[in-house]
Design a binder for this molecule. Structure first.
Ligand SMILES: *Cc1c(COP(=O)(O)O)cnc(C)c1O
Length: 379
């Protein structure tokens, strides 16, 4: 099955009750048992729910994985991965990453004796020099948030395999339409399905996809034991969103290309961070491992400080100032004071998250209208 068919049919089957074409929302916490333990494996909805099963099968199908596991949020999915570790274990992560992931690492799991190292993953010698016998996990976000850096998954997986380290890729920004990390050597793929997978800014949802039987069993155990599971209504909404994933991402990419070129030609703009520009630092790697360059773009404006940047954002009409990304509508954000405010300023600046950095999640509106909106904000 090709990707554009998988979004609609992958892992799905007709509902056995009435052969409804759409997956029903099984809004139930529990199931009648003919005798104790006898009900096709459905006993309690924290453990199993048919709407969630359909979504998990879809997740697996999209990432060419054997297993898909759904969580109540992207962070709940990350939380479960970290619970695979023990005190004394070490994690190496990309230094620019989603602020909430950084906060979960440092403010929650350091307390339980897990040590985190942060590094740029361009220079693989830097990565190798941080590996010790305690290193159990490499956390790779690519493209990264908000600098849209792209790291070489295949090259990093060669290192992780050599040292028997689990490689996790946060694939939220790319979506499986553009990049399937398991095919490039990753062990686990993580998504904030809140973003492109669900795609309509109406649900919070997390996903893990993987092939390894033993790790999958431990993660299903954690999903049930910790209980951060999504409700059936949210599973339905995510399934419905996924059906148009391929057409949405095509348009996100087309619009992003037009806007990247517009910004690149604008004299007021300092730098444009979008890996589809041939001048971008990561153009080569992105062209090798991605099937398109995505709808996330950041840029800086010459001479802008905090106040001027906020004023620019307030002039936008079609781009809504909001956290999150990946929906059909365009959003804008100021990473330094919004998504990444929980990262200390000196660390933030080192990653390039300055006060003039503006992040755009480019929606699927008409690109000309979006460009007019930006033109007006520059006046
Ligand atoms: C939003 C996001 C997360 C967190 O996911 P939630 O669904 O908000 O919990 C993790 N990684 C990236 C790259 C994100 O954009």
């Amino acid at each position: 099955m090709k990707f554009n068919t998988k979004t609609i049919h992958g892992g799905q089957m007709l509902d056995p009750a009435f052969s409804s074409v759409m997956q029903p929302i099984y809004q139930t916490s529990t199931y009648a048992q003919k005798s104790p333990g006898n009900n096709k494996g459905y006993e309690y909805s924290r453990t199993h729910n048919p709407t969630r099963t359909a979504l998990q099968n879809s997740f697996a199908s999209l990432e060419n994985a054997k297993y898909g596991i759904a969580f109540a949020s992207g962070l709940a999915a990350i939380d479960s991965i970290l619970k695979l570790l023990s005190p004394g274990d070490e994690v190496i992560s990309t230094s620019d990453l989603y602020g909430g992931t950084y906060r979960l690492f440092v403010k929650v799991f350091e307390k339980y004796g897990i040590k985190f190292h942060f590094t740029q993953m361009y220079n693989l010698d830097d990565l190798s020099s941080l590996i010790s016998e305690n290193t159990k996990l490499i956390w790779l976000e690519t493209p990264t948030n908000p600098m849209i850096n792209v790291y070489d998954i295949e090259a990093i997986s060669i290192i992780s395999k050599k040292h028997d380290i689990c490689l996790v890729v946060d694939n939220t920004f790319a979506s499986p339409y553009l990049q399937t990390p398991l095919d490039l050597g990753a062990d686990i793929v993580m998504h904030s399905a809140t973003k492109y997978l669900a795609g309509h800014s109406d649900v919070v949802m997390g996903a893990l996809m993987l092939n390894n039987d033993e790790i999958a069993e431990r993660l299903y155990f954690l999903q049930n034991s910790s209980g951060a599971v999504p409700g059936p209504q949210d599973c339905f909404l995510t399934l419905r969103g996924i059906k148009t994933l391929h057409v949405r991402i095509q348009r996100h990419c087309e619009n992003a290309l037009k806007i990247a070129n517009f910004l690149n030609d604008n004299k007021k703009v300092d730098k444009v961070f979008w890996p589809g520009l041939s001048t971008h630092l990561n153009y080569k790697v992105a062209s090798k491992q991605m099937r398109g360059y995505g709808g996330m773009l950041s840029f800086t404006i010459k001479g802008y400080d905090y106040e001027k940047s906020i004023k620019f954002l307030s002039k936008l009409r079609l781009f809504t100032l909001a956290e999150s990304l990946g929906g059909v509508e365009s959003l804008c954000g100021h990473p330094a004071s919004m998504t990444h405010s929980s990262i200390p300023k000196n660390i933030r600046l080192k990653s390039g998250i300055t006060d003039s950095l503006i992040r755009l999640s480019i929606g699927i509106e008409d690109a000309d209208d979006l460009i007019d909106d930006l033109k007006n904000a520059f006046l």
